[in-house]
Design a protein around this ligand. Sequence first.
Ligand code: NAD
Ligand code: UDP
Length: 312
Amino acid sequence: MIRRNLVTGGAGFLGSHLVDTLLENGEEVICIDNYSTGNKGNIEKWIGHKRFELIRHDITVPIQLEIDQIWHLACPASPVHYQANPIKTAKTIFLGTFNMLGLARRLNAKLLLASTSEVYGDSLVHPQSEDYWGNVNPVGVRSCYDEGKRLAEALCCDYQRMHNVDIRIMRIFNTYGPRMLPNDGRVISNFVVQALQEKSLTVYGEGKQTRSFCFVDDLIKGMVLLMNSSYTEPMNIGNPDEYSILDIAEIIRSKINPTLKIIHKPLPSDDPNRRKPDISLAKEYLDWHPKINFNKGLDQTINYFKTQTINL
Ligand code: NAD
Ligand code: UDP
């Protein structure tokens, strides 16, 4: 039987790669997006396909559809975007997740929540495993997003406990690759675009803070495996290869133009100091681990942005 999938945020970076995978696997996809940080061009090639439907819709408003499973990704993910209108971000996360859980309950559909490593905040443990409850500033500039996603996780668990909704909670760590927006504001796209434009690379603070970057293809494989598994507790999906932000700037500069300058700008408030996923659960329950190393993933990302430079 062909499954009917709803992908919220399907015109975005991760959502559009997921849409590709589901359609290539022969499934049906309904994509809903308000195009606030997404791009119709990401899914343009599927418009008119008999197993694909595109709906312009804001998930803060309820919607009635007939589907078998929900991949709930709609939410701005870049700190620049989610802080631009933090009240809208909080509404998108709370009302959007509430509406999708209501739909899942009515239809007896499975729901996967795209949660985030941000639920760990400025972590006091390293690497971060799922049993860590986090260190989050509840009133800071990131709280619309990180407290929002913590509440979204709580809501999923309450719908599971009260109404038996079949949930998956995927804690996604920093992911990069083709289809990030050139003006996305996240570090990889910023550095690649700056270097291609022959501008200085902007490192915030001293650049000693770390992140661990997963290539999008690996991430989507993990997402599909998690949805298809019977694991209903939160699960980290990410690449444990950890780099300082200064290292990242140097690697990207050396690949594109080693003569460029690296300049320092103020560190944003509540910027997490170190981040690296413990992926033991994903290895044990999904037999998943990332396969694409940073060097290879970065080359594919740089090649993608080269095709976009005319629009920069
Ligand atoms: P993105 O900004 O590229 O995509 C989000 C999509 O959601 C966009 O197409 C946007 O237009 C849409 N959207 C936003 N608000 C909406 C609303 N109210 N109604 C309908 N559509 C709306 O971000 P992404 O990187 O693809 O992230 C997707 C999901 O994964 C998000 O939930 C994010 O929190 C989570 N996540 C991503 C990362 C990452 O590194 N990319 C890390 C952790 C978690
Ligand atoms: N960062 C940076 N220069 C930039 C963009 C980001 O130094 O031009 C830093 C940012 O301060 C953070 C890290 O890179 O420490 C990752 O930032 P990003 O916005 O990509 O993701 P997040 O902070 O949500 O992990």
